[in-house]
Design a protein around this ligand. Sequence first.
Ligand code: OTN
Length: 503
Amino acid sequence: MRKFLYFAAAALLLCACGPRTARTVSVAADDTPAEVLAKAVRVVPTPQQLHALDNAFIAFVHFGPNTFTGVEWGSGLEDPAVFDLKAPDTDQWCAIFRDAGMKRVILTAKHHDGFVLWPCRYTAHGVASSPYQGDVVKELAASCRKYGLEFGFYLSPADLYQMEAPDGLYGNGSAATLRTVPRPVPGRPFADPRTFTFEVDDYNEYFLNQLFELLTEYGPVSEVWFDGAHPKRKGGQQYDYLAWKELIHALAPDAVVFGKEDLRWCGNEAGRTRASEWNVIPYAQDPAEMNMFDDLTDGDLGSRERLLAQPRPFWLHYQPAETDVSIRHGWFWRNDGEQAVRSADNVFDMYERAVGGNSILLLNVPPDRQGRISPRDSAVLAEVGRRIRTTYGNDLLAGARRRDSVEPGTSREQLCIEMECPLAIRFDRLAIREDLSKGERVESFALDVWEDGWREVVTGTNVGHCRILRFPEQNVLRLRVRILSARAVPHIASVSAFLSGED
Ligand code: OTN
């Protein structure tokens, strides 16, 4: 009898806590619109995705033969001698990134040309054949640890060297057979004893071996970045991402994968952000079983209308966007004469729109041929870091009294969050965050200030991890966030106010 009572109590508690949340929730063919929306708010980030959003300003580093040849896409036929690097100053990179407020560094360990920036066991087309003879991956990983930054790497699925070389593995028509990863190489033993078996072709084995080296020999990896770009393809080569994913999850369980189910491309490389960036995305298949992910470039990926128009059945999946953009014109350093560098105003604007738009800003900063970040770029980043600290370092509502209520005659979803300050505050920024453990719920809201009555200042659409609104300076004792529409009763984690100090 006692066991039954325990079971009944657990079942009641579960019901009281509401339906189970998950990173992916399936929608049935006969689900009503209300059931679709109720399922949408059950979709929540994984701890790794939430961590990525909490550290939403990160650095991209495009570095390789293109730095020395001045092209954006190499041919794969470059002579390794062009990589005439003396010593990359990765400490300088990381000091600049840290002071700019960036939290992670992602290096192009292998770009499309197939040239590898570490002494890879499985190809000589890289630093080991160059005048440099060092290990850029190792240098950067060590600097990341030294400066308190997370490390990630970009490994291009497209590999022009493996396409062009006479013995190249890319698209060579090999059969998928059982392979052991990592493939032992005489004289180059691994410290990590783990091995894995996959039924893959030559290029996927090569790619898995490279992943094993990068995931086991350079310390913790926080992000693996798969570019969807392809200068060319060969032999109908397919990518066995499900095998790649199995290896990544085994060797780097805390890493997020860009270009696949964890993080998606925002849809442009210009730093543009959506007016409403929803991270609960509809898929016709279960993303956990998908090998290829198309680029999502539509303006509306997750509004109520978009979800309700999705042919059922389908899946709802949590997948934040990364807004990847270069500080320079182009992804690689070319020269310091005519190559344009973005202004601090422009980068700070992108920061507020991306980080304050439920997204992640991945800003590319390409080192020069001396392996250093140029003074023009570092000056911009220093100013951006200063602006972030002076604008967002002091929450003017820290001492305010919060009162949540529902106005008479409005629905439970139309929550009001009132903030009353002990002294009047001057502010021109509002940052609002949802409790993502309860899902993305807010669809639109307004900011009101009290001046002998409520006066609407500005409205916003969805919130998610963080929404930043910008408006003319206000000077008040009381303000409120008025939820205009929501998919369910909102759970607002925080409301903050800031003063940018801009003219
Ligand atoms: O030529 N391109 O491949 C290209 C031109 C403009 C913008 C993007 C691309 S490729 C695109 O790159 C993204 C990262 O910036 C993602 O990797 C996408 O999957 C890829 O298609």
